[in-house]
Design a protein around this ligand. Sequence first.
Ligand code: NAD
Length: 486
Amino acid sequence: MRQIEHFIGGEFTAGSSGRRFEKRSPLDNRVITSIAEGGKAEVDAAVAAARAALDGDWGRLTTDARVTMLHAVADEISRRFDDFVDAEMADTGQPAHVMEHVFIPRGAANFKIFADVVKNVPNESFRMDTSDGRGALNYGIRVPKGVIGVISPWNAPFLLMTWKVGPALACGNTVVVKPSEETPNTAALLGEVMDAVGVPAGVYNVVNGFGPDSAGAFITSHPGVDAITFTGETRTGTAIMKAAAEGTRDVSFEMGGKNAGIVFADCDFDAAVAGIFRSAFLNTGQVCLGTERVYVERPIFERFVEALRNKAEGVRFGPPRDQGADYGPLISREHQQKVLAYYAKAVAEGATVVTGGGVPDMPAGLADGNWVQPTIWTGLPETATVVREEIFGPCCHVRPFDSEDEVVRLANDTDYGLATTVWTSNLQRAHRMAERIDVGITWINSWFLRDLRTAFGGAKQSGIGREGGVHSLEFYTELRNVCVKL
Ligand code: NAD
């Protein structure tokens, strides 16, 4: 059984409380990891270590030295690539190829990209006139915000955690991270990497535990934490925002979605089917940017649903190293039960189940895992629970539409505003849709194509603020103005 400790002030420690909790494998629900559970004492120690590093070696490093060190972090992650893949697979049960091609390389890239942004982005400068004719020069300097609290989720644990830790450190801050209780492995491994490349003790700290009345709540309410960056459910974001109000600390939130996929009859049919399929089912539907509402223009509706059904029925489930497996299980028994409850609710509210709706037959040894079938519904009104609430499972509702105005209204009729994917060969319509759908990111004829230099975040209840490229600098630094009378 793996043992995961906190990483505080450059040391792995079980903490003073001695409390631990267990993590079960998504594949079969065997206990596979024992994790130290942090409380107030561990959070206090981590925040103190982070503050000391800020005031010490880390705070004194030149930008060049910091950038070089973060490149070394990325290189060391690449050197230990297999360890990261194994750790993430153990936690999530998702296929090795997803870890190898997306989640782990993107995690390493998060350190290089933001280091380079910090090095290359100029600051503003304004020359102003004064009454004596000599003028003044204003220029901006960016300073780190301080100790950043990082609260991350379980669905792409390493990628989403480093998406915050990378820019936070690149900007000269220190961090106290609370990974999801479901996925503590890669955050601990990153501690080993930091140590190996000589990142000063206290720059990167990890306290494991849960949310309310546990490490998460203690970090977000700690007066020594200067800003909080969070990815997770909107409901959790509301609780964290209340905690951050004490001391008026800054927040950056990336939260839930109920994203619409929109397919016009003039699309490249096969590409649209493949794109919508991937957006609904990748990572067993556990992607915040995933599509749970699909709107298809009426002339191709029947054909589209049929093609989607064929693909869903061809899906193979299996453990991560099974080369033929498309998908793994859901993260936990609790999440499986939640998704299956939505499946039952859809039927109770009158859905036509096109395919799925239950648990697949799995071979002995895997039968106790958190498997669920990819599920497609039609025939529900927009008021149905599964059309309104984020399920975070491999499922979608498909509905026909007749006009652009109608589909814009349908797509925007949600409290969320994270992402959309639009499939059309009409360029003018594509641009119009991008302006009319209230979301942070619109994909045209694509999905999940991410350039890390671009702004990322949600509208409405899907988020607060933007991260990515220079936008991350805005959150992770304080921009000061200096005015020099000439
Ligand atoms: P979650 O909100 O349950 O948990 C996220 C993290 O918050 C965990 O580390 C958890 O322990 C912690 N937490 C919970 N309650 C807390 C509290 N009161 N105070 C402090 N910390 C607390 O989310 P999850 O189930 O881990 O992740 C799935 C959710 O994340 C989905 O809603 C998904 O859409 C969202 N998500 C959004 C994005 C995005 O970029 N917008 C990306 C990935 C996931």
